[in-house]
Ligand binder design. Structure first.
Ligand code: F6R
Length: 616
């Protein structure tokens, strides 16, 4: 085949040279089991504990006992619940961790929800947008609602549909036809031994076990039981009695054949091991995870680089931390390859769609592969005929499946809500592409692999202890500022996100040159200010900005390869050249972790946050 001349040919070419993973996925707070095991209640409670990292405020379980449903639900943490309390014989159960959207954090609002005579149990992720209208309709028919949730209309609507059919699955299907919004639903009925799940927008994955089927929003829920999965796609329904399983089109009922896929993550990777928190474990894993990200098929990286060169405009989007990876990449493409790319937060992309052409390329960056704003950006690009390349961690996630082509960063499961190893993997991949654009892929790869070995040396116990000491010293400050220049500027913004989300300190990042245009007015005696510094042509500028901060009384902390009198405290990092941004963010991640712990916060589960943001 001739060398690809445009984005479309490049994507086709990529599909030919690399094995494209077909159908896989992951996401938040739902777990169910049906099969020949008699400990379904206990099993789903333990599974929920493995989904804890996603962020939630209440939990609940419904077990089918003969022809009755036993519901247990509460606010607070599932970790303090004893699974043994759910040991009554049971072969079908569903469970849920809820993050309040419609209705406050109360036991009444926690899922599962039941219908009028408690024969139908439902758990749900996502939002039923037309719930108010449907609730009014159901109330007019005499249904009484006990919660403030949108979810509660689901079992009541299924109850209504069961008046027209004896078949529970058909009733669920017909009820779903009434709903608008994005959702993942698990339901069962006391009259049958079947578990029914439907999906439009909120991921659900089936685990194929030896003694039944698991259905969860995320693989860790059932990973200790099976690594064989089947992915439910949007607009599909699945029905299982624990012995057989049927996937159908939610709209038409037409059967959809499914492949069984074996997942590669190990149980150990998804567990905390010797670490007190996932966040620290994932930070420490970066010496391996970055190397895995770098270890990509070279031909594939080269084709992507060529596609960017040939594209009529390349757009990079992501949210939060992934957006900061895109911002760093803007500098990589500018400095390393002299190529302009357009970077926006995915949620802002809508406004820029006018610039998309059929030969434009959208690169989306995401850890979870489920972020709603990113998915929306992808649909906008597709509607314009542009191609979408995804750089994601979770294989089989919605973004992976909906993109024209995916490059996996292979960071392994990231369970702490705060993204750490995914960010450095994303940046490493984007940096390699930047090098490949100027035919210097090997140079880029060598730089990154050297960086990995320097990170390996850096992350030693003495270094971690030093960062803990710095955290100890600054933990009581309520404001903290971070400055950076060039590719360290997006890292200053990312530092602020990391510190804010886990320690709840008010942290803000600035381009160092911007200080004197406003933010320097915030500096008071002893205000902690961190400067992210490299060893390059912008170093004198950021040093001089750090001196300005010190002159206003700031307590300056320099994260830099070389010490300088501008720093009250120096945190040494290796000199990584163009990869300095990847190195400099790591001590900040450790610092954020210790700030959280010292302030008595749980770094793995920050308040108000969820691991996958599947709503806009
Ligand atoms: C912060 C963090 C978030 C995510 C953002 C996008 O530590 O994790 O800012 O980066 O919600 O999520 P993904 O990468 O899953 O698309």
């Amino acid at each position: 085949m001739k060398a690809p001349a445009n984005v479309k040919q490049s994507i086709d070419f990529l599909r030919q040279i690399c094995k494209i993973s077909a159908l896989k996925s992951q996401m938040c707070g739902i777990f169910g089991y049906v099969g020949s095991r008699s400990d379904a209640g206990q099993l789903v409670v333990n599974g929920l504990k493995n989904l804890e990292y996603r962020g939630y405020d209440s939990w609940g379980v419904a077990q089918k006992h003969g022809s009755t449903v036993a519901v247990t639900k509460d606010t607070g943490k599932i970790s303090s619940v004893n699974a043994e309390d759910f040991s009554e014989e049971c072969g079908l159960a569903i469970a849920h961790t809820r993050w309040a959207t419609h209705g406050g954090v109360t036991q009444q609002n926690a899922h599962p929800h039941l219908n009028s005579n408690s024969t139908i149990a439902v758990v749900h992720n996502g939002i039923i947008e037309n719930y108010q209208e449907l609730r009014n309709e159901l109330m007019a028919k005499g249904h009484v609602f006990l919660s403030e949730t949108d979810t509660e209309i689901i079992p009541h609507m299924i109850e209504e549909e069961l008046r027209q059919t004896d078949d529970f699955a058909s009733a669920v299907r017909n009820a779903c036809h009434r709903f608008t919004g994005r959702y993942g639903i698990l339901a069962f009925h006391t009259e049958s031994n079947t578990l029914v799940a439907t999906r439009t927008g909120s991921p659900l994955i089936v685990g194929v076990g030896d003694h039944g089927y698991f259905i969860a929003s995320d693989i860790p829920a059932f990973m200790e039981h099976t690594k064989v999965v089947q992915y439910l796609d949007d607009g599909e329904m699945v029905v299982t009695d624990g012995q057989s399983i049927l996937f159908t089109d939610l709209e038409t009922g037409e059967e959809h054949p499914k492949r069984e896929i074996e997942i590669t993550w190990s149980v150990e990777e998804a567990q905390k091991g010797e670490y007190a928190h996932f966040m620290l474990k994932e930070i420490m894993e970066q010496k391996d995870s970055i190397a895995r990200a770098v270890n990509q098929d070279e031909q594939q990286i080269q084709v992507i680089a060529d596609a960017i060169r040939n594209a009529q405009g390349t757009f990079l989007v992501g949210c939060g931390t992934a957006h900061k990876a895109c911002m760093a990449a803007e500098y990589f493409f500018s400095v390393v390859s002299g190529h302009h790319v357009n970077v926006t937060s995915a949620g802002e992309f809508k406004v820029h769609h006018h610039f998309l052409k059929p030969d434009s390329l959208l690169i989306v960056v995401s850890q979870s592969g489920e972020t709603a704003d990113v998915l929306e950006a992808m649909s906008i690009a597709k509607a314009k005929g542009a191609k979408v390349l995804a750089i994601v961690n979770v294989e089989g996630s919605t973004i992976d499946r909906e993109a024209d082509y995916t490059l996996l960063i292979n960071a392994g499961p990231e369970r702490a809500v705060a993204s750490t190893k995914a960010l450095t993997g994303q940046m490493a991949v984007l940096m390699m592409i930047a090098y490949a654009m100027v035919e210097k892929l090997h140079e880029g790869k060598t730089l990154l692999l050297n960086t990995v070995s320097m990170i390996n040396d850096m992350l030693n116990p003495r270094y971690i202890a030093l960062l803990e000491e710095v955290a100890e010293e600054i933990q009581h400050h309520e404001d903290l500022y971070i400055i950076g220049k060039s590719w360290n500027y997006p890292m200053a913004l990312e530092s602020a996100i990391k510190i804010q989300e886990v320690s709840y300190i008010h942290a803000e990042g600035f381009a160092s040159s911007e200080l004197k245009h406003g933010p320097i007015a915030l500096i008071e005696e002893e205000t902690p200010c961190i400067a992210l510094v490299g060893n390059d042509e912008v170093t004198p500028d950021i040093i001089s900005n750090t001196i300005e901060l010190k002159a206003r009384g700031a307590r300056t902390i320099g994260i830099a390869p070389k010490n300088n009198e501008a720093f009250d405290t120096w945190i040494k990092v290796p000199d990584a050249g163009a990869a300095q941004a990847i190195v400099n963010i790591i001590p900040i991640q450790v610092l954020a972790y210790f700030l959280a712990v010292k302030r008595g916060k749980d770094p793995d589960m920050p308040r108000n946050l969820a691991k996958s943001v599947t709503v806009k």
